[in-house]
Write a protein that binds this ligand. Structure first.
Ligand code: T3D
Length: 268
């Protein structure tokens, strides 16, 4: 039985073998975020957070874009003298979205199928592994409309590609090609456009059969490493390894090694 028994308006969702696939689905507006899309993403992430059998999440977009950030038609120019408090939408929608993705104890893999702009790029950057189609592109669009990058972009981008590149991308608002993004380390790997769907399926199978407890520990260790000393990190690694050493997957992994066969992990 489906874990969420409904059809969404702005996303497609499925859940197979513990792996969730979320496809942003407003192709005519390059999958830009609306209030409705935020509601639907919240609903899905809320359900995923409580799934003990969750083993991975895949995010991509429908059509020629990945996500063009905030849908600007929800931000009509106000009459002279009136102002809009943009922090409200960020606190209410974007902050919980980015934090929820980061908090999932499983790999969140983004398949960037086309342009990722504004908060759409922030969403990409929040994911653990980023794979892009060769025709994808990346744009810190904010400066073009008089804003600063948000939804985590100023946190993720300098960490991934360095301060100079993050600064220039954000201040100049130039489109960065997938090839350039790969050279800078913004994405893990590029795939042919025609191969993206196939690669997604291969990743789904890989996550369904992956060492899920290892993934959770890896996520914790790597994301927390920036805020602790080397000594503390070594302790964290030892503690994580102690827990992993008790898992069925560790037993299976070592047994498979000695038997010279591929491990069959059950994620426990
Ligand atoms: O507001 C707050 O709550 C603060 C938070 C902000 C977060 C943000 O994300 S702010 C940044 C918002 N995003 C942008 O400024 C990007 C706007 N889009 C673009 O600059 C371009 O569309 C792209 C460079 C991404 C792609 O260009 P291109 O030439 O490939 O496509 P296009 O023709 O511009 O777009 C196709 C259609 O999608 C077009 O509609 P049309 O003319 O065919 O009816 C276009 O208007 C629409 N579209 C694209 N992006 C958005 C959008 N409609 C609404 N909102 C968008 N963000």
């Amino acid at each position: 039985m489906a874990i969420i028994d409904k059809t969404f308006e702005t996303i497609k969702f499925d859940y197979v073998g513990g792996v969730a696939t979320i496809i942003l689905n407003r192709p005519e507006r390059l999958n830009s975020f609306t209030e409705q899309m935020h509601l639907e993403l919240k609903e899905v992430l809320f359900v995923l957070q409580s799934r003990l059998d969750l083993r991975g999440v895949i995010i991509s977009g429908e059509g020629r874009g990945f996500c063009a950030g905030q849908d600007l038609s929800e931000r009509a120019v106000l009459p002279e003298g009136q102002v809009r408090d943009l922090s409200q939408g960020l606190e209410k929608n974007y902050k919980p979205l980015i934090l929820a993705i980061r908090a999932l104890p499983v790999p969140v893999v983004c398949f960037v199928n086309g342009v990722a702009a504004g908060a759409g790029l922030s969403l990409v950057l929040a994911c653990d592994i980023i794979i892009a189609a060769k025709s994808a592109s990346f744009l810190q669009a904010f400066v073009r409309i008089g804003l600063a990058p948000d939804a985590g972009s100023t946190y993720f981008l300098p960490r991934l590609i360095g301060t100079q590149r993050a600064m220039a991308m954000s201040m100049l608002g130039e489109v960065i090609s997938a090839e350039q993004a790969e050279q800078w380390g913004l994405v893990w790997r590029l795939v042919e456009d025609t191969e993206l769907v196939n690669e997604m399926q291969l990743m789904r199978e890989r996550l369904q059969n992956g060492a899920t407890c290892s993934y959770a520990a890896i996520k914790d260790l790597i994301y927390n490493s920036g805020t602790v000393s080397l000594e503390e990190q070594l302790t964290c690694e030892a503690l994580a390894q102690r827990e992993l050493g008790y898992t069925e997957d560790y037993r299976e992994g070592t047994q498979a090694f000695f038997e010279k066969r591929k491990a069959r992990f059950n994620g426990r």
